[in-house]
Design a protein around this ligand. Sequence first.
Ligand code: FRU
Length: 732
Amino acid sequence: MFLLPPLHSLSRFLLAGFLSCFLECAISLAADDILIADFEQASYVPWTVTGDAFGQGPATGTLPGQMLVDGFLGQKLCNSFVNGDDSTGLLVSPPVLLERDFISFLIGGGKNRELLALQLMIDNQVVRTATGTNETPGGSERLELQYWDVSQFKGKKVTFRILDQAKGSWGHINVDHIVQTNTMPKGNVQNAERSIDLTSRYIHIPIKNGAPKRVVSLLVDNKLIVRNDIELADGKPDWWAPMDVSSWQGKRGTFRVDKLHEDSAALSQIQQSNFIIDEDSMYREPLRGQFHFSPKRGWNNDPNGCVFCNGEYHLFFQHNPYGWAWGNMHWGHAVSKDLVHWEELGDKLLPDEMGPMFSGSAVVDWNNTSGLGKDGKPPLVLFYTAAGNPTTQCMAYSTDGRNFTKYSNNPVIKEVTGGNRDPKVIWHEPSKRWVMVLYVEWQKKHTAHFYTSENLKDWTLASIVNGDAPGGGYLFECPDFFELPVDGDASRKKWVLLGANSDYAIGDFDGKRFLPDATRLKGHRGRGFYAAQSFSDVPDGRRIFIGWWQTETKGMTFNQSMTVPLELGLKQTEDGPRLTFAPAKELQNLRAHTHEIVSSTPKELLQSPDSPNPLRDVSAELVELEIEFKPDSANRLLIKVRGVDIAYHADKQEIELAGHRASAPLVNGKQRLVILCDRTGIELFASDGLCYVPLPINVDPSNRQLAVATQNGNAIITSLNVYELQSAWIAR
Ligand code: FRU
């Protein structure tokens, strides 16, 4: 048991400084220590090398294709990732006389005591073994201090072996700084614990991005509540992750950490309060998108459970509340009345014994087919993947849109194959049945399995679509499936089946079987856009879509965001109906100031410098720029938004955004562009929505300038408006 009293903030800072020094001091040489190997030379001599895993000599750190290797001392280390994970080999030291009580060393990499090990050998027998810490994908390459008590072998001749006979994921080992010492090294404590009376809403967990992941469990009344893999800060944290413990107020909670350095302050500095730490600066951070949703703290990826119910849009999302990177998948939850102003409500689906909570969808069960409604209130039903072993499809429900209960008979669909996930459920009116589209890696193919149900609980497999169309796959995880009118004509509807990268197929659906007319069509034309999902039950029938936007937010207490809400449509083209994207009209709620530069009378824009920049008097941080033009004699129209270059190449009918090009055909000889610029990215719409280019890019905060010009000729501007937007988070 490892129990530390809470610390006041001053002592916390002192401790943080002391700690980083101490951890290093603990592995530097004491006067009478004997260095066995520091792997600082060009070759491994005098050790003997066999196999190809260790290369010609010690590595200077991270090898190509490897995650960041740190925690070693000096400039080099022994790293068996040479030629990747599949290479194997053996390093053997010359004989060494054991003269001290302990051997300490730094070690990291894969965990496998038989195949990946530092071994101490006496008379050809292994007497001590150490290995790395990683068994599953993810993890950390960091080397950590371990030691053996070898006092019983003092005076004997020993050899050391570093063994890599492992292949595949984590099939390598990192070792450095092997030392004989009489000072017992400071080590790790197993199952370190701290018990706290839970008196406040939040427990704050100290996070150091990139630190080794520790398994942190919360137990209340001796019952495991939740377990997460957390990059705990031993010293000063990069940020504090709030854990909402309001459900256990008044109880005593025990935090247990699987392994913690003896001098770590991680547990002692856990604190509680009713507020999120640094809440005052929340939503004002330099890289916080101001009209794009992002979580208060931690990582987000896919939007999940998008649904409209009782006057609110619900946006759930893949959330790591306790890390800056992916992991610990929870369903975060936010609601909005207008798709633009979101209120984050906390995590609703927590990882459980069935696994982490992977992506899924939501529907309102208006007719209470599931029987999960209460007092005449229809249930809001969530479908998610419990990504354990087995990986299954499960359900949770709520009648107040706030409190969600996992269905007691989960799973509703057993594992088909290990690669089955991301259920999207819809109501199919003509057949009066629920339909679930599930992504399944099946018989070495990427498929969508279609199931039907009358009550949301019992599902029958109806058909399978092979998403590996000739010429390449279009369907990979996070399917969405919906019907849309072509050119707004309700009598001509088509079904769309989309995958996570928004490549799609168009076709017909009879309630059981989807028959595509065309597959592998391209959705968005940008970058960093993935796993988008459409909202169920939108009252006016619009198909609103929102995507995970991989914006770069280094140094922030949160990571990634969502795109703006998009309205989808189908437009008839020469090649058939194609998907269109437009910013949802609700974004207009954010227009704070309008600059109507060209409205009723078209304006000829001459090649500069003959024409002054029509936007010279406009300066804005959050920008919606709308321009319609005929290229006329100009072969290029150039736009600059806060230092970011946008060019329309009339000759090639292409749009270029910060060097990224996409096809954007003229429509009736004209081009209309809508450009949305937030702090961490630009979304551009062209060609009546046939071309949507989302692009994460961190815009120069000091540049508020806008410009429009032509190149090699003149263009006719038929409309040009700039709207300065207000923040969706911070009221003016
Ligand atoms: C897509 C995805 C999903 C999965 C989720 C896990 O980004 O890989 O297939 O459910 O993320 O976070």
